[in-house]
Design a protein around this ligand. Structure first.
Ligand code: F6R
Length: 369
């Protein structure tokens, strides 16, 4: 069943072109008009929404953090992202104009289920982005947008994450279409860019040996840091989480702008730091800020491991190692930049002899509080 791969996790990393393609499939027509019929929330009601609150845990919450950048940019609706277990124990302000979007691979995460129930009691509309047909969270929600990643067996989430991000983009574009925030031509262009993502992921997978070699050389690392800005920030968080979960290495993700507010004190000679660099074709200040961050940590002895966009020559001089991902608009970049970090964690954990599919102390679905 592992399709010739040594682990389910590696197989699922390699399933990602299909996970994204299948999640996009059949959800728009040739003119780029989205038809999310399955949603079951009235178009009229959706146009009245004044706030979106994303509820999720772990990797699924990082998908929500990516969604915040895209949905706010495309729809101009404020998006809050909150861990389900934090949301449910405060007194959150939600009402009938709030759209709750829960994100859960399993659809059974107890904290997310309880948070959705609570929001529903307060009168909010609830939508579930879920990978498991007929599971509890989508059954109890007003609407559901299924991710079509297929069953995810490995405990650490990979293909479900990319499928979740894809689904939130579809939701964002659908809301922009309903509310008239984007022209139809703009939506069509973004969908076309999304349509190219599966083959770009494949391009990364085809070069996985470059990443695996680095991972094997770092099997003795005791701590790895990950930096990102904008959509690169949740990617950095996810890269760190993967490494903690399956390789049991101390890893931390930071917003690159926070460096000087504390974390830079951690940097000393040889400290490995992954940096997710945004496209140089995007907002210029964003790219140049991250390049300065690479220089700052390098000057303090860090071993800089850089994920950058094809053709970005500005990072070479400051990096020990660079992995190039294909060009794509900044908002879609997490679908590419995450992949090398998944491969890195999987290979490093395997090199240490760990069972990457069944990491210690973790369960695939967390049905207890
Ligand atoms: C990380 C991971 C967990 C889950 C989290 C939420 O690799 O698998 O962090 O993402 O437990 O699970 P779901 O999405 O099933 O609600």
């Amino acid at each position: 069943e592992k399709g010739g791969f040594p682990s389910f996790m590696e197989k699922e990393i390699f399933d990602q072109p299909a996970a994204v393609a299948d999640t996009l499939l059949g959800r728009s027509d040739a003119d780029g008009r989205l038809t999310l019929d399955e949603l079951r929330i009235d178009a009229e009601e959706l146009t009245k929404i004044s706030k979106i609150v994303v509820l999720a845990c772990g990797t699924s919450a990082y998908a929500g953090s990516v969604a915040k950048y895209a949905i706010e940019s495309w729809c101009r609706i404020p998006v809050e992202v909150e861990l389900s277990h934090e949301f449910r124990y405060r007194e959150p302000i939600v009402d009938e104009n709030t759209l709750i979007v829960s994100i859960s691979q399993s659809g059974e995460t107890m904290d997310t289920l309880m948070a959705v129930r609570y929001a529903k009691e307060q009168g909010a509309k609830t939508m579930s982005i879920c990978n498991t047909n007929g599971s509890t969270i989508p059954r109890e929600s007003d609407a559901v947008l299924y991710t079509h990643a297929g069953p995810e067996i490995a405990v650490a989430s990979t293909k479900a994450f990319l499928a979740q991000i894809t689904a939130t983009y579809l939701l964002g574009l659908y809301l922009a279409q309903l509310r008239g925030n984007l022209f139809q031509g703009q939506i069509k262009d973004i969908l076309a860019d999304l349509g190219k993502i599966p083959s770009k992921i494949q391009d990364i997978l085809d070069r996985s040996d470059e990443i695996k070699e680095l991972a094997r050389s770092m099997a003795d690392a005791s701590s790895v840091l990950f930096l990102g800005r904008h959509v690169g920030y949740p990617v950095a968080m996810e890269g760190a989480l993967k490494l903690k979960e399956i390789a049991y290495i101390h890893a931390e993700g930071f917003a690159a702008g926070e460096l000087k507010h504390g974390p830079i004190a951690l940097i000393d000679d040889g400290q490995p730091v992954f940096v997710v660099v945004p496209s140089p074709r995007g907002r210029d200040s964003l790219h140049s800020k991250v390049v300065s961050n690479i220089q700052e940590v390098r000057a303090r002895g860090a071993k800089t491991l850089v994920i950058a966009e094809d053709g970005d020559d500005s990072v070479k001089d400051f990096s020990e190692w660079v992995f190039y991902v294909p060009e794509t608009p900044t908002l879609l970049m997490p679908l590419l930049a995450t992949v090398p970090l998944q491969i890195f964690a999987c290979e490093l954990a395997s090199a240490k002899g760990f069972d990457v599919d069944q990491p210690r102390n973790l369960a695939k679905s967390v049905t207890v509080e």
